[in-house]
Design a protein around this ligand. Sequence first.
Ligand code: NAP
Length: 445
Amino acid sequence: MDAERQLRVAVVGAGPAGVYAAEALADQSEVPVAVDLLDRLPTPFGLVRHGIAPDHTKMRALSETLRRTLDHPCVRFVGNVDVGVDLSVADLRAHVDAVVWTHGASGDRRLGIDGEDLPGSLAATDVVAWYCGHPDADRALVETALAGARDVVVVGVGNVALDVARVLARSPGELAGTDMPQHVLDALAAAPVERVTVLGRRGPAQATFTTQELRELGHLEAAVALVDPVGLDEESQVRAVARNLAVLREWADHAPEPGKASVRLRFFARPVRIEGSDRVTGVVVERTEVDAADRLTGTREVDVVPADLVVRSIGYQGRGLPGLPVDDRTGVVANEAGRVLRDGVLSPGEYVAGWIKRGPTGVVGTNKHDARETVHALLADAGGLPRGTGPDLVAALLDRGLHPVLLDHWRAIDDAEVALGATRGRARTTMHDRAALLAAAHPPR
Ligand code: NAP
C-alpha cells in the first residue's frame, strides 16, 4: 500500500449500515483511512429517518448517536449524489481505493394476486415513505387512497405491518409530538379509518413481529386491539413466541368499543384476490392450516374482508444499481463475509454491508455487527488493494456541476427542520420536499 496517503473508502448509503461501516473504519488505528459516506438523498440516516415509525420517537433518537460518526475527522458526509446515475460505479471507483455498498433494500415485494394494482392497493414501502416524509414518496398515491378509507387491510404480520396499522389507528393527539410532515398529520387526522385488519397467512406462533411492537397495539388511545382467537392456545418453547401468544391471549376477550376504531389481528388467512372494479373494495382470503414444520396449506374456504385500502407489508426487496447487480431471487449482492463476488469471483476493493448484504432482516443494531465483519475484511485486504488514481471525490463532483450536500449543509437542513417545527410548537418537522431540502442546504448568497 502507498504509505503516502490514507486509504480512500467510499461508503455508498448513509443509513445505519453505512454509518456503522464508517464508524468501524474511523475507530481503528491499523490503517489510516479517509471515508466518504455517500447518499443519494440530501440527508443521512436512511431508515432511521425514513423507516422507523415517527411515533417511535426514542428509536428515532438513534440519529443522535449516528450523527457523531458524521463529525469524525476521518469521515466526510457527501449527500445528494446518486451513484450509478450522477456518477457511474466505474467513475466512483477511479476516485477511491475501496467501495462499501450499503444502500439497503428499498423495493417492495409483490403478492402476485389479482387486483394487486387496483387504486387503493399500496405497498407498505409507499405508506412508510409517505408518513416519514421521504422526498420520493408519492403523496397523491397515498393521500388519495387514504382519503376515503374506513376499512383497511394490512397484509403481513411483521413489524412493518404493525407500524402501519398503529400509525393509521393513532389519534391526532398521539401523533402531534412526532416529526411527521404537517401534510401527513393533516391527512391522517382527516382519514376516516374505523377498522384495520392485519392478516397473517400462517398462525400467531409464526408471526415475525416482536412483543414490544405487538403490545403497543393494546395501548392505543383511540383504537381497541382485537384478535381472532385461533391458534392462541398453542404452547411454545421459543420465548419470543410464548410472549407474543401471552399478549394475544389477553386480547382474546376484547370486543369492539363504541366510538373507538379497532385493529384486528387475523391469522391463518391468506389473501387470494383483491376485489374491486375501479378501486379496492375487499380482500378475498382463504383459511389456511399450518403443519408441524410451519408450512401452510390452503383449505379452499374463503371469505371477503371489506377494504377501502389494502397495504401489503410482506417484506422489502434489495435492488441493484446501474453497474452493481443483485441476485434477482434474494435481492442481495453476492458476497463472502462482505467481500463482493461478481460472477462468482471476488471483486477486489468492493464490499457490502447491511440489508443489501444479508437481506431485509434484523433490527437497526444488527447492522453494527454486520458492518464490522465487512470492515474487518476490508482492512485485512487493505495492503493489496488497487489504488484509485482520480482526484478528490468531492472536487470531481463539483467539477461535474453536481451539488453535494456536505456536513455543514446537512447541519443547515437540520436547523431548518427545527425552525420549521417551532412554527407549530413542535420540536422538529421533517422537510419532505427535495427542492426545499436543497434550498436549506445551499441557501442563496
Ligand atoms: P418481515 O418481518 O419479514 O415480515 C413479512 C411478513 O409478510 C411476514 O408475516 C410474512 O409471512 C408475510 N408475507 C410474506 N409473503 C407473503 C405473502 N405472499 N402473502 C402473505 N403474507 C406474506 O418483514 P417486515 O415487517 O418488512 O420487516 C423487515 C425487518 O425490519 C424485520 O427484521 C423487522 O423486524 C424490522 N423492523 C423492525 C422494527 C422495530 O424494531 N420496531 C420496525 C419495522 C421493521 P410468512 O412468515 O408466512 O412469510
